[in-house]
Design a protein around this ligand. Structure first.
Ligand SMILES: Cc1cc2nc3c(=O)[nH]c(=O)nc-3n(C[C@H](O)[C@H](O)[C@H](O)COP(=O)(O)OP(=O)(O)OC[C@H]3O[C@@H](n4cnc5c(N)ncnc54)[C@H](O)[C@@H]3O)c2cc1C
Ligand SMILES: NC(=O)c1ccc[n+]([C@@H]2O[C@H](COP(=O)([O-])OP(=O)(O)OC[C@H]3O[C@@H](n4cnc5c(N)ncnc54)[C@H](O)[C@@H]3O)[C@@H](O)[C@H]2O)c1
Length: 494
């Protein structure tokens, strides 16, 4: 039986990151994958959907500026878009494959094995792998479970990945549907509503069980996103509940019940169900392996499961499902096993981007979360119309909002940026949150000009009572207020 210091099951972002970190410790590692290297980080997930989003953004831009640019209307063919998305997925996968296959040549020591097959933990130190050549069993001092997640299904929704899809099956689409209902207006639902409405060939309908889209995000953020979706003819269902969805000939029929008790039936070509994801642990371990689970996934104590030599990282655990979090956990688990982690595993300052119209970037708490924690805070915001770079981009839609503690230290609690370049604007604040520092440093730092991040600097200056533009003059565009005892009060910044 082949022996390894560590066997990693699942080669998505979390598993790949763990395997690569194990090599840094000169440990012998096997990385096992049953389908495709890269997992949802590449296929039917992050990279795949972001390529769709980038292309859809360009399509929307060309439609919008066609007249100004004298290009007329430019149509993106579904076939070409799909082919470009496949190229992106292939490019990244081949890069990882090349990297992986050459790792023993470059680093030496024969430390790394990639095994294609379906793995199952049969004993606390043994993993059996169903490969194309039969069953192989390997010995592992440590096992890392990184098998990810899959779309959650609902009992009465007839998902067939032909008319009623999950994000895993969307690749089977052969053309832009004329109409599509999206059930679940969370991150995936809103990203695909943005993508399909950007291309301009699909009438998108959007339903959530909450009373608005992105129910976990602040109302001011949601307002901008909703307004833009509706401007692109997206039908956002409100005050309603889905009571039935079925295939009816070559259409999907769904019925909504409104709060006044009335009902309405809609017919669309396709449906996408995006109501969250569930962890992959079915058939992953023998019944004798008594790992503690709850309905959200494997329970872990900073990546260690209830069995001391078995760790769990990425989407399989009951926390945040993101590529960067999976990678963080994968690397952390290895450091915990073979060394001493340089930093504790902290989730408070995770940066995220939602690829919408416009993009929304966040770090730390939003107002909903701050209130759930019973915190009193100061909130300062600046409209993109006050930021020269946004004016130069001819797109001043958006804002920056920063939350700080309501005391002299003004420690940063969180930030949301809605607008162009939002994703590149949050890192400095993420660093300050992780260092537990206030806004003073940020306000004094010289920022490049013209840049969106100058808006963050101006927010910092506002909190220190010395902004360049005076909120007393630009009342609609610059706001500085406190939230205490359940109420907002304006802070008099001159
Ligand atoms: C549509 C979509 C868009 C997304 N966009 C973003 C984004 O923009 N940014 C972001 O940060 N996150 C995004 N995510 C989330 C992100 O993709 C996941 O959080 C991330 O891929 C999780 O990594 P993982 O390694 O835990 O799992 P996965 O990526 O799911 O990888 C797990 C791997 O394990 C393999 N496996 C499973 N069982 C076994 C077994 N028994 N034996 C061997 N191998 C096995 C699977 O085949 C898979 O390759 C998106 C997800 C989706 C679905
Ligand atoms: N840009 C990114 O970082 C990105 C992009 C896509 C996905 N992801 C990750 O993937 C995860 C899964 O995405 P998701 O959009 O499936 O989950 P989600 O949790 O973001 O959204 C699910 C939505 O479905 C709604 N819902 C649940 N049950 C419902 C029902 N029965 N009827 C109607 N609506 C219902 C919820 O209210 C929620 O708004 C995300 O949490 C995120 O971590 C990240």
């Amino acid at each position: 039986m082949k022996k390894y210091d560590v066997v990693v099951i699942g080669a998505g972002p979390a598993g790949y990151a763990a395997a690569m970190r194990a090599i840094d410790f000169k440990k012998k590692v096997a990385l096992i994958e049953k389908k495709q290297l890269g997992g949802a980080g590449i296929h039917h997930g992050a990279l795949w959907s972001k390529t769709w989003w980038e292309l859809s953004r360009e399509a929307n831009m060309l439609r919008k500026h066609g007249d100004t640019l004298n290009t007329g209307s430019v149509e993106f063919s579904f076939k070409n878009v799909k082919s470009e998305v496949r190229k992106a997925v292939k490019e990244r996968m081949e890069q990882l494959e090349h990297h992986m296959h050459n790792i023993n040549v470059s680093i030496g020591d024969g430390l790394f094995d990639f095994i294609q097959g379906n793995a199952r933990v049969i004993d606390t130190n043994q993993v059996s792998i169903n490969t194309a050549d039969g069953i192989e069993t390997v010995w592992a001092d440590y096992i890392i479970l990184a098998t990810g997640s899959k779309p959650r299904k609902l009992p009465n929704i007839p998902i067939d990945e032909e008319m009623v899809f999950t994000s895993d099956g969307l690749d089977k689409l052969e053309s832009f549907p004329k109409s599509m209902v999206i059930l679940g207006a969370g991150v995936i639902g809103c990203e695909f509503a943005t993508i399909f409405s950007n291309f301009g060939h699909t009438k998108v309908h959007l339903i959530d069980k909450g009373d608005r889209i992105l129910p976990f995000e602040d109302e001011d953020v949601v307002k901008v996103i909703e307004r833009n979706l509706e401007a692109k003819d997206v039908l956002v269902h409100r005050n309603s509940r889905l009571i039935d969805m079925r295939k009816d000939g070559d259409m999907v029929a769904y019925t909504l019940e409104y709060t006044d008790g009335s009902k309405e039936v809609f017919r669309v070509e396709k449906a996408l169900v995006s109501v969250g994801r569930v962890p992959n642990y079915e058939n992953l371990f023998d019944q004798t392996i008594d790992i503690e689970l709850d309905n959200r996934g494997i329970i872990d104590d900073r990546t260690q499961t209830s069995i001391s030599n078995i760790y769990a990282v990425g989407d399989i655990t009951a926390d945040i499902s993101l590529v960067n979090v999976g990678e963080l956990e994968g690397r952390y688990a290895i450091e915990r096993i073979f060394g001493k982690p340089e930093r504790d595993l902290i989730y408070e300052n995770i940066s995220t981007i939602m690829f919408l119209s416009p993009e929304v970037a966040g770090v730390g708490m939003n107002e909903i979360q701050a209130r759930e924690k019973g915190l009193e805070y100061k909130v300062v915001s600046i409209d993109y119309s006050c930021i020269p770079r946004a004016i130069a981009m001819r797109n001043t839609q958006g804002f920056i909002k920063i939350l700080v503690t309501n005391d002299d230290s003004q420690r940063i609690l969180g930030m949301r940026v809605v607008g162009e370049h939002a994703s590149s604007a949050i890192q400095a604040v993420a660093l300050l949150i992780s260092m537990d520092r206030g806004i003073k440093e940020l306000a004094e730092l010289i920022h490049p000009h013209p840049s969106i991040i100058e808006g963050i600097q101006e927010c910092g200056r506002m909190l220190l009572g010395k902004p360049m533009l005076k909120p007393a003059v630009l009342r609609n565009a610059m706001v500085c207020k406190t939230y205490t005892n359940g109420k907002y009060a304006d802070l008099m910044v001159s």
